[in-house]
Design a protein. Structure first.
Length: 156
């Protein structure tokens, strides 16, 4: 794929940032169970928290190709950091952007896109816990039958 100048600029900026601020520390972050708040603040300043979110809502107003490039560059340095950025963008910001009302976009989407908040989601099923590869469902026609169990917060 041939990237245009805008996409090359985005890719190169993230590549440089990740090489300098993420890759050298990633193994230590995992070993010491560190969440690199300062790096996330800097990624938010680079527009990585709300890539597809319009600028009017505090996002970068970029396209899906830019999002893919950003996530790929971050993942090259640290899978955990890229996962957090990916979840914040999709599903969290994308769902709010598509289905949120004006108040929800103001109160939730804007701070998420600016990096003032970090979006998350929970996954749990009775037979699988949080192991997505072990999920099961029973479907008949277009009706999906499943059940879920409660989720409790985790504390370090």
């Amino acid at each position: 794929m041939v990237l245009d100048q805008d996409h090359l600029m985005v890719r190169d900026a993230l590549r440089t940032f990740v090489r300098e601020a993420v890759t050298p520390h990633a193994a230590r972050w995992d070993r010491e169970r560190v969440f690199p708040h300062d790096v996330h603040r800097q990624l938010a300043e680079l527009g990585a928290y709300g890539v597809l979110v319009p600028e009017a809502y505090g996002g970068a107003g970029m396209d899906a190709l830019a999002l893919a490039l950003i996530l790929e560059e971050i993942a090259a340095g640290d899978g955990g950091t890229s996962t957090a950025i990916s979840v914040n963008n999709c599903p969290v910001c994308s769902i709010l952007l598509s289905y949120g009302n004006d108040a929800q976009k103001r109160d939730w989407l804007t701070p998420l896109a600016r990096g003032e908040m970090l979006g998350a989601f929970c996954l749990t099923e009775p037979q699988a816990g949080s192991d997505a590869s072990a999920l099961r469902n029973n479907s008949w026609s277009a009706i999906l039958h499943s059940s879920a169990i409660g989720v409790a917060p985790s504390h370090p």
